[in-house]
Write a protein that binds this ligand. Structure first.
Ligand SMILES: C[S@@+](CC[C@H](N)C(=O)[O-])C[C@H]1O[C@@H](n2cnc3c(N)ncnc32)[C@H](O)[C@@H]1O
Length: 199
């Protein structure tokens, strides 16, 4: 089994919840994310874009893409479930802040990842893994969900994912621009906010 490096990241590790994650995440919140592959196809102009998902967890979102796909996550437990349940992608256990590959992708996707990462300067690394004109696509829980998530946490109905940073959309778009992305945009579609920018 790959080395578990999740404890070395800031979020405290998803290893302990890997086996129950899929069942908890399925449902209303997850269904709304099905727009992600559609948006990425639109933005790349490709029906089956090649995709790198950073913080892919158990590969739920990645499974909706039909082109060449790679998932990276620091939790060996999450990657183990991904490989077992969704073997049609390549996976790597790695901290996304230091992950590099010479491969180039039409899109780098991050879903519910950046709330666990303090310093967003790692976004510049994603640019280097994009093909010419490729897109970085980020999906995050809307800040409007904060009171509901707080309540679920108090009721012990939320998975213990560790520290969760609620960022303002302007903070995320500014970090993308600082990382060199062009034509950065955001769109709120409750319960998510989507962000994209080009290589
Ligand atoms: C809330 S889950 C989202 C998983 C998947 N994107 C989805 O939507 O189902 C967040 C994932 O980010 C991973 N993660 C957090 N910080 C990370 C880091 N620094 N490097 C790699 N993965 C990280 C966690 O291990 C976890 O699997």
């Amino acid at each position: 089994m790959a080395e578990d490096i999740s404890e070395k990241t800031e979020h405290g590790g998803h290893d302990s919840i890997a086996e129950v994650y899929d069942n908890q995440k399925k449902g209303w919140y997850m269904n709304r994310l099905k727009v992600v592959p559609r948006k990425v196809s639109e933005l790349t102009g490709k029906e089956r874009p090649s995709v790198l998902e950073m913080g892919c967890g158990t590969g739920l979102v990645l499974s909706w893409f039909e082109g060449k796909k790679t998932g990276v996550d620091c939790s060996a437990g999450m990657i183990e479930v991904a490989k077992r349940q969704r073997p049609d992608a390549k996976y790597a256990v790695s901290d996304v802040r230091s992950f590099r590959t010479r491969e180039k992708f039409d899109a780098v996707v991050m879903v519910d990842l950046i709330e666990f990462i303090e310093d967003l300067s790692f976004l510049s690394g994603a640019r280097g893994m994009l093909a010419d004109g490729g897109v970085l696509f980020i999906a995050n829980a809307s800040p409007k969900l904060r009171p509901a998530v707080w309540l679920l946490d108090k009721m012990k109905r939320k998975l213990p994912t560790g520290k969760w940073l609620w960022r303002k959309p302007q903070e995320i778009t500014a970090a993308m621009e600082a990382a060199g992305f062009r034509n950065v945009c955001s769109e709120s579609r409750f319960p998510h906010v989507y962000y994209w920018g080009f290589e």
